[in-house]
Design a protein around this ligand. Structure first.
Ligand code: THU
Length: 140
């Protein structure tokens, strides 16, 4: 994926973060998920008074996309930071979100971080979740 597309996706994630609902942690996360067909699905974290019912930004984006019939994904941009403060340079996805990525994405799926266009870093799913359980592979 080229530099310009990564920057565009990061900008979408920054926009998505504005809708974060975070009355408990005050930590806002935004995600922008790019399908292989070129569509972008945004997600933000949505907290709940019953803390376990909180949903992360990344999974919000995935579930929105999958519920609309999407199943092939190229990349996700993730941004995060405390409310009213600067974005942190790398907002790592939690284990649950990595596992959801593993369900729908190949090892070369890109995970893009940054606090601005100047400090973009890129990882693959292979790097963030090596040796993941692959049901289809296991059942062969
Ligand atoms: N959060 C995300 O949205 N994505 C992650 O991968 C990690 C954490 C959210 C959950 C909670 O609303 C807040 O960040 C603080 O943990």
């Amino acid at each position: 994926m080229n530099k310009k597309k990564r920057e565009e996706l990061l900008t979408e994630a920054i926009e998505a973060r504005k809708n974060a609902y975070v009355p408990y942690s005050h930590f806002q996360v935004g995600a922008a998920l790019l399908t292989k067909g070129g569509k972008i699905y945004r997600g933000c974290n949505i907290e709940n008074a019953a803390f376990g019912s909180t949903m992360c930004a990344e999974r919000t984006a995935f579930f929105k996309a999958v519920s609309e019939g999407e199943k092939a994904f190229e990349a996700i941009a993730i941004v995060g930071g405390p409310e009213g403060k600067e974005l942190i340079p790398v907002c790592d996805p939690c284990g649950n979100c990595r596992q959801v990525m593993a369900e729908f994405c190949k090892g070369d799926f890109e995970i893009i971080f940054g606090s601005s266009k100047k400090d973009i870093s890129v990882y693959t799913l292979d790097q963030l979740l090596p040796l993941r359980f692959d049901y289809n592979e296991a059942m062969k």
